[in-house]
Design a protein around this ligand. Structure first.
Ligand code: SF4
Ligand code: ZN
Length: 406
């Protein structure tokens, strides 16, 4: 198969687009999709400061890389969850990324800074770990953005994440959650704006992006992810996508087009009930917010200030225009075609190196093409199950909102 753009040999096939791309044109495709999402949904304006929620996984690091590449002033915030054997390497991948690019990374450590970890917080608050994790991340990112004067929080939810959440919410007709499932949640009532610039890109594409850009990321699954139902929804959608490429994108983007006002009045009602937490000031529906309750129950201190500095407002060139069709790679990976040999990107290649297609690894990657990766296997390695889980909860402005927890 040849690259749709330049007719060079393709290294990845995107069945939903019925197209293949060479490495530089694929990177350009990814940038174009982000630009399109940002513009279409008015996510980020010129000169705004962006706080990127980074977990050390492929999606959030790819998002950070893409935003930097497009000229945004984007700082990262990493939260150490205190999950033994998982959190440490996740933090190291994130630090390495930031150091290599000389960009600002804010770090918060739940055990060190707030006196609890996900396991103890979940047990004390009688929640499942992913619920405690999502709640913690949501609160800390909101607080960091407000205290640091950021205009917007960006999370790495991709098309697969959003389609899986939509599927789950529709299966249960969770209208209130459907009302909040948007690629942009405007700032309001003490919540920062939250955006998902990767909604036009699939999980498999993000893995391939990281490989091609030389981004090392955490490929291990979070040990708390077992049994998360969103992984099941992803599998179901991947099975459909395998038979009918493009269905997932049509499903999600059709919802954005046709279901835009679904449950809008519910969102309004919830907004009316918000007031500041009497302990930390965060918007909440009760006297004390859910985060403060959880941390106190776990024996920690919820009042730790997050070490963000309200840096200068960027005058940087936030790209509002289309990304040029040519390769715009400014990053560490050469824009040339993927070499014949394996593309080694450190831990990314820890996954099953296939001799053929770009492999999205063990989180059944749906439309993984049996196609056109040439002699050189571009192994995207295992897609961490975390992609379906933790951080997505960051994007929900109201307590209890149901999302994937990216
Ligand atoms: Fe947090 Fe994801 Fe781990 Fe659940 S699976 S505890 S949401 S990182
Ligand atoms: Zn509070």
């Amino acid at each position: 198969m040849k690259c749709r753009s330049c007719r060079e040999p393709a290294v990845i096939e995107l069945r939903r687009h019925n197209a293949g791309f060479c490495a530089p044109c694929f990177l350009t495709y990814c940038r174009n999709q982000v630009v399109r999402a940002v513009e279409e949904h008015k996510m980020i304006a010129r000169g705004e400061r962006v706080l990127v929620a980074v977990s050390g996984g492929k999606d959030s690091l790819a998002l950070w890389d893409l935003l930097l590449d497009l000229g945004y002033q984007a700082d990262g915030l990493y939260i150490g969850l205190g999950i033994g054997g998982y959190s440490e390497p996740s933090g190291e991948y994130t630090r390495s990324f930031a150091e290599a690019r000389g960009v600002t990374l804010v770090e918060v450590d739940l055990p060190g800074d707030f006196g609890y970890d996900i396991r103890s917080g979940a047990a004390a608050d009688h929640r499942v770990p992913c619920s405690a994790c999502g709640l913690s991340k949501r609160h800390i990112f909101d607080r960091a953005a407000v205290e640091g004067g950021y205009d917007v929080v960006a999370t790495g939810h991709n098309l697969d994440d959003e389609a899986a959440v939509l599927f789950g919410n529709l299966l249960h007709w969770d209208v209130a959650y459907l009302a909040r499932q948007r690629p942009v949640l405007p700032e309001r009532d003490g919540f920062p704006r939250k955006v998902k610039p990767l909604v036009r890109l699939a999980e498999r594409e993000m893995a391939a992006y990281c490989v091609l850009r030389g981004i090392d990321y955490q490929v291990e699954e979070c040990p708390m992810s077992a049994g998360n139902r969103h992984l099941g929804y992803k599998d179901a959608l991947n099975a459909v996508e395998e038979r009918s490429p493009g269905t997932k994108a049509a499903f999600y983007h059709g919802f954005l087009e046709h279901g835009a006002n679904l449950g809008a009045e519910i969102g309004e009602r919830e907004r009316e009930g918000l007031r500041p937490c009497s302990n930390c000031g965060a918007p909440t529906v009760g006297e004390i917010c859910a985060f403060c309750k959880l941390v106190r129950r776990a024996g920690g201190n919820p009042n730790r200030r997050i070490p963000v500095s309200a840096g200068p407002v960027s005058a940087g060139p936030v790209s509002a225009g289309p990304v040029s069709a040519g390769p715009v790679s400014t990053g560490p990976v050469p824009a040339g075609p993927v070499p014949a040999g394996p593309v080694s990107a450190g831990p990314v290649s820890a996954g099953p190196v296939s001799a053929g297609p770009v492999s999205a690894g063990p989180v059944s990657a749906g439309p993984v093409s049996a196609g056109p990766v040439p002699a050189g296997p571009v192994s995207a390695g295992p897609v961490p199950a975390d992609a379906a889980l933790a951080d997505a909860a960051l994007a929900t402005p109201a307590p209890g909102a149901k999302e994937t927890a990216k």
